[in-house]
Write a protein that binds this ligand. Sequence first.
Ligand SMILES: *Cc1c(COP(=O)(O)O)cnc(C)c1O
Length: 414
Amino acid sequence: MLVREGNDFFVRGVRLLDLCEQFDTPLYIYDGHSIVDQYNRLAQAFPGVKLKLKYACKALNNVNILRLLRGAGSGLDTVSIQEVHLGLRAGFTPDQIIFTPNGVSIDEILSAVDLGVQINIDNISILEQFGHRLGSRVPVCLRLNPHIVAGGNKNIQTGHIDSKFGISIHQLRHVQRVLQSTGVVVNGLHMHTGSDILDAGVFLRAAELLFDAAAQFPDLTFMDFGSGFKVAYKEGDVVTNIEQLGAEVSAAFQEFCESYGRELELWFEPGKFIVSEAGYFLVRANVIKHTTATVFIGVDSGQNHLLRPMFYDAYHEILNISYPQGIERIYTVVGNICETDTFGWDRRINEVNEGDILLFKNAGAYGFTMSSNYNARFRPAEVLIWEGQAHLIRKRETLEDLVRNEVELDFLRP
Ligand SMILES: *Cc1c(COP(=O)(O)O)cnc(C)c1O
């Protein structure tokens, strides 16, 4: 939680400018208590159902963050075999992990079977191959596409008709044929309709379609409704009302369980909701450049460190924490990468001088995990704030890290 005292900014008592001194910029920092609080808020929002939360680790996968969430009671949602390994390394047991890949080979899925995690299959071809190899030995979850569109940027809608995700709800007859001829047992149904759920109504419409489909699957032990819980990126944003959504979904789920004849577990896979607001990204203003069009602030980072503004057109609030008492001026904040990497146009920011520290909000989710080494820049360090102390949880990279896997050919050496 960001707190301003006078002209200074703190997270859980830790002064942010001190962190920049100690660890340098660009720097990702995470408020561990905010992460646990968000987890608990979600965990308590679904009364009267057997709820399991599987944190979607692609949002932020530092081992310490995974352990913090494991300690809070979370399971893990993974989308690659490497994420499965990160989860096991962090101490999750295989039964706490669901593997929900898209477009991966049967070999990768079989590797995940060997590791003992819950498999979620998202196409009929893989379901067939899985059935031929394993028959009824390992139950699977099926990712269904109910074709409900949840709004938001079109890059992050996954329920629509052209989506590459899931098995269409209209293909269930085909699915049943494959199950009958291979003996595969289905223990869960899954959907993840997109990254932004605006209201309980959209969610419930998709859920109803899954409830209807469930009648064809007698061996279910859980239903997984993915994620899409929305958080505020700027003032006035519509956010998911978790408590209201929880109450409505819980009531609908209880009713479904009664008609199904058994109490199933209700699973969710939140990523952004848990870690977005807990993260801050700190950068330094390198140059102030007046052009004919605008005043640019060039900072010591770029789209290589925070891709969301360029990739999703995402809005991240930007504050000048060095000089918050300065008058507001209009700036365009850009990176130092040789691309047009714009973090924000026409932002009102307290007057910025070269050397000032700027803070980006909502940097916990899809910040560090989407970062790269483009332009041969080092990826930033990460710091976890916990119980009033700042802990370095990832070192800034070095030149050694950049060239580690290069193979130098002898005949080309100078
Ligand atoms: C990305 C993803 C999530 C998490 O989405 P958020 O919007 O970050 O909550 C959950 N489930 C699956 C399958 C995903 O791919």
